[in-house]
Design a binder for this molecule. Structure first.
Ligand code: ADP
Ligand code: MG
Length: 257
């Protein structure tokens, strides 16, 4: 009997440990305040978020609700005014910029609403750029970029400059680029915000595929349809606070907080 209880306790401990380890990102009571003259803008105001490895999370909310602010904190592009942020169990809330940029380079791939490609580099060169910091030689960088462009169905567009590509194609180049450092987490801030619905769906298809291949995806959107079609967990933000958290099992959404 005692043995049985002991093993039960052990099992429970292990499970708790595994669940803890499973969180690739955790925000604890995070706030970001901006001082604007006499005013304080509470862009984020005491937010708790846990992202499990392999999840597809959407951060939903109207314009100005703090989505991009939250994304920038998760992506170690910015530091919080208050609270702790754990990336793979490491607290990044108090690091120096040089340490933050290293973490970004290794663990996170970014996709932005406005694609953010470098205009005077070709598609392939844009994808190759982040690999410069990995110490790969030119040929390896080029081969890897070509593979990544193939992944997003753009193997025949490598020599095009961004202005020679459609919006949807530019965003797919940006997806390929976000993968060039083989990140654990992909952060996408309104990835379909500048695209028509049909082109946006095509871009989302690639994010779905990346998620199926095991990447954790965190996507900001103001569009509930996009969020509910692609994500499995949704954080609903309003005025810098989390209004609710919903999770999907197959096609059924339930509110968990
Ligand atoms: P969202 O992405 O949901 O549209 P943001 O995170 O960009 O919202 O902004 C949240 C709030 O914080 C807004 O009211 C915005 O005006 C304010 N804000 C964002 N960035 C700054 C900044 N650098 N300085 C001052 N206020 C800011
Ligand atoms: Mg935004």
């Amino acid at each position: 009997m005692l043995n049985k209880n002991l093993s039960k306790a052990k099992f429970l401990k292990l499970t708790i440990f595994l669940i803890y380890m499973d969180n690739v990102i955790e925000l604890q009571n995070v706030a970001k305040h901006y001082e604007m003259g006499d005013n304080i803008v509470r862009a984020l105001d005491g937010v708790n978020i846990k992202v499990q490895k392999g999840d597809f999370v959407a951060i939903m909310g109207p314009s100005g609700s703090g989505k991009s602010t939250g994304m920038n904190l998760v992506g170690s592009l910015d530091l919080p005014t208050q609270g702790e942020i754990y990336l793979d169990g490491r607290n990044i809330a108090h690091l120096e910029e040089s340490q933050l940029s290293q973490i970004r380079g290794k663990k996170i791939g970014f996709i932005f609403q406005s694609f953010n490609l470098i205009p005077n580099l070709t598609a392939k060169e844009n994808v190759m750029l982040p690999m410069l910091f990995q110490g790969l030689d030119f040929q390896n960088r080029e081969e890897k970029a070509q593979e990544l462009l193939k992944l997003v169905d753009l193997e025949d567009r490598g020599d095009h400059y961004p202005n020679q590509l459609s919006g949807g194609q530019q965003q797919r180049v940006a997806i390929a680029r976000s993968l060039s450092n083989d990140p654990e987490v992909i952060l996408a801030d309104e990835p379909t915000g500048n695209l028509d619905t049909k082109t946006g769906e095509k871009v989302m298809k690639f994010l779905d595929e990346l998620n199926k291949s095991g990447k954790t995806i965190i996507m900001v959107t103001h569009d509930p349809e996009v969020a509910q079609k692609h994500a499995r967990t949704i954080y609903w933000l309003r005025d810098g606070k989390i209004e609710k958290v919903t999770k999907r099992l197959n096609t059924i959404w339930r509110t968990i907080k």
